[in-house]
Structures are given as C-alpha cells and as structure tokens.
Design a protein. Structure first.
Length: 160
C-alpha cells in the first residue's frame, strides 16, 4: 500500500553522516513538531538527481524556509557514506539533510520502491517529494517512471 496524504510516516530508522560517522535518525523524532520538505531520488550521483533534483532544493532552500519549511531532507536507498559524499559534492551544508535508507526499509514501508535492476541498481526509491507536518503527509508528489515534473523544488514552493 502506498502512503497517501493524511497518513503518518512509518517509524523506521534512517541514517545520516555526522562528524563521528553514520548516525541514526529515528523518523518519529526527526519529523516531530516540524514542517519538513522531504524528497527522494533513485540514487545519489545519478544524472537527473545530481543535475536537477538536489540542486533545485539547495538553490531554493532559503525561499522554502521563508515559506514555513523547517527542514529540507533528501533521501535515497544508498548508504550514509555515499549520501554524505554526495551532499559534500553538492554543497548542501546547512541547507539539506542527507538521509540514507540503505536497506530500503523506509521506502518499502512508504510503498514507493521501484525495481531498478534493469539499470543494475536493484531496489530503489521512486522519485517523489512530500511535505510532512509533525509526522503526517500533507502533500505528496510521486513521479511517473523516468519523469522529473512534480517532485522538484518549484512544485513544492507552489504548494506552500
């Protein structure tokens, strides 16, 4: 079953890179009491994700926060080391929190996994964005396979 507007996020553990290495991020705590613009990509360092998706949120971070977003988070089914390195390469510091769903548990619980095996990627996340208020989904934008039209920062801004 795919998550929908009005649903609470599944409470699983994600990871992010810290100065001391990978650190756990419990979903219920991360989203508690905050408005979070969460977007997911099929993979770090992949073409559309690196050229358009993540850069759009980095560029629009101040505007999103001016419109009431407390935290912007990027999630992928990659390990925290890759997500940390991708964040550094994209200069996300202080603008976007990079979340790793290494085993795809969060993605599967959302019902938003995709089979990327024909591209040698295995199980990954579909490209999507969502606005989450205090752990509940208030906006959800899931892309059609291969598309990049509704999960971008511009769409998120229009929805605020």
């Amino acid at each position: 079953m795919t998550i929908k507007v009005g649903d609470k996020l599944p409470d699983v553990k994600l990871f992010t890179m810290t100065d001391k290495g990978p650190g756990p991020v419990q979903v219920s705590e991360f989203f508690k009491g905050k408005t979070v613009a969460l977007f997911a990509v099929p993979g770090a360092f992949t073409p559309t994700c690196s050229a358009k998706h993540l850069p759009g949120y980095v560029e629009q971070a101040a505007v999103l926060k001016d419109k009431g977003v407390d935290v912007i988070a990027c999630m992928a089914v990659n390990d925290p080391f890759v997500m940390g390195a991708w964040g550094k390469a994209q200069n996300v510091d202080g603008k976007v929190v990079m979340l790793a769903d290494g085993n795809g548990e969060f993605t599967k619980a959302l019902g938003l996994e995709m089979d990327g095996s024909k591209f040698n990627l295995g199980s990954r996340s579909q490209r999507f964005s969502m606005l989450v208020k205090d752990g509940s989904v208030t906006k959800l934008n899931v892309e059609a396979p291969g598309a990049f039209e509704v999960s971008d920062a511009g769409t998120m801004l229009k929805q605020l």
